[in-house]
Design a protein around this ligand. Structure first.
Ligand SMILES: Nc1ncnc2c1ncn2[C@@H]1O[C@H](COP(=O)(O)OP(=O)(O)O)[C@@H](O)[C@H]1O
Ligand SMILES: [Mg+2]
Length: 291
């Protein structure tokens, strides 16, 4: 089984330390990198995609340093960068054939592959449309199609659902799930619902560090007795908000149901409830998310 080993990877930009000794192992399955903006997700993904090199540490693919594998690593890899330049005036099919030629795929093979991928990403009808005229979701699907041209065993997608509407997000998620078997899929996002059911493991990044790596269920169990609901009068809300992280407020007639995080029972009336990933996100990222 394919294995990526990240060994004490750090990245320095001038005085800025963007990654701080990241160590972990990834095998087949979908991994969700979660973290606020600036936590280092893109920096790490660029290193894993061999677009950028670590300042120290290394990444091994089945025991070999990816920095030394060159072409052999690129042949295994499909990468959808956070900001992907699409050639606006190319049609979808022309763009994909162009990328295939850059990847060194022989023409006949590329043509067949492009047709197959257009079906997988549901863009067959748009194949003659200029890329510049596509919706955000369609562009992202072109992006994933280009990443899949070489049948990669390692797929890296950086914030693929940013800017997509909920329907497009669901579609993208289903697409990733359908291509994930026998592959390593790395996906970064700051939207929890993108990876709620998709990810085998969540990797939580904060200020350049990997602070958690576990199955979603395990992370949620860590929040047991930390998520509470309490029914209060509207005038009580500001006091609660000042003391605790509030994850939701729901109107209940004259009263309001407050859902909040607290390491202890925040009020005699409070009841512990089942944690969800939104709570988890708030638990780790609240302060950063507000910046
Ligand atoms: N090329 C660069 N030069 C200087 N600082 C950078 C560069 N790229 C990223 N950074 C900094 O590194 C940190 C991590 O950024 P990034 O990896 O883009 O985070 P994320 O993708 O989680 O939002 C941020 O503080 C960012 O400003
Ligand atoms: Mg990023």
């Amino acid at each position: 089984m394919l294995k990526l080993s990240i060994e004490r990877v750090s990245k320095q930009f001038g005085h800025k330390r963007a990654l701080e000794s990241i160590t972990c192992e990834l095998t087949e399955g979908v991994y969700g990198f979660l973290g606020a903006n600036g936590s280092g997700k893109t920096t790490l993904m660029r290193i894993l995609a061999a677009v950028s090199r670590p300042s120290s540490g290394r990444v091994l693919c089945d025991g070999e340093d990816i920095g030394l594998m060159n072409e052999r690593y690129r042949d295994l890899l499909g990468y959808l960068p956070q900001q992907m330049g699409l050639y606006k005036n190319f049609t979808v099919v022309k763009f994909l054939l162009y990328i295939a030629s850059l990847k060194g795929i022989e023409k006949k093979k590329a043509e067949a592959k492009v047709e197959e991928l257009l079906q997988i990403v549901h863009l067959t009808e748009e194949k003659r449309t200029k890329v510049g005229k596509l919706s955000g979701g369609m562009k992202q699907r072109v992006g994933i199609a280009q990443a899949l041209l070489n049948d990669p065993k390692i797929i890296i997608v950086d914030e693929p659902t940013a800017g997509l509407d909920p329907k497009e997000r669901i579609r993208f998620r289903n697409l990733l799930s359908s291509i994930s078997s026998e592959r390593i899929v790395l996906l970064s996002t700051h939207i929890v619902s993108d990876i709620e059911y998709l990810a085998k493991e969540l990797l939580i990044m904060k200020r350049g560090m990997l602070i958690q790596k576990a199955q979603p269920q395990q992370l949620l169990e860590g929040l047991t007795n930390k998520v509470w609901t309490i029914l209060v009068r509207p005038e009580e809300i500001s006091t609660l908000q000042a003391r605790h992280k509030v994850s939701s407020l729901i109107n209940h007639g004259e009263s309001i149901m407050v859902r909040m995080l607290s390491d202890y029972k925040p009020d005699p009336r409070a009841e512990a409830v089942q944690p969800n990933l939104e709570d988890l996100y708030l638990y780790y990222f609240d302060e950063e998310a507000e910046k």
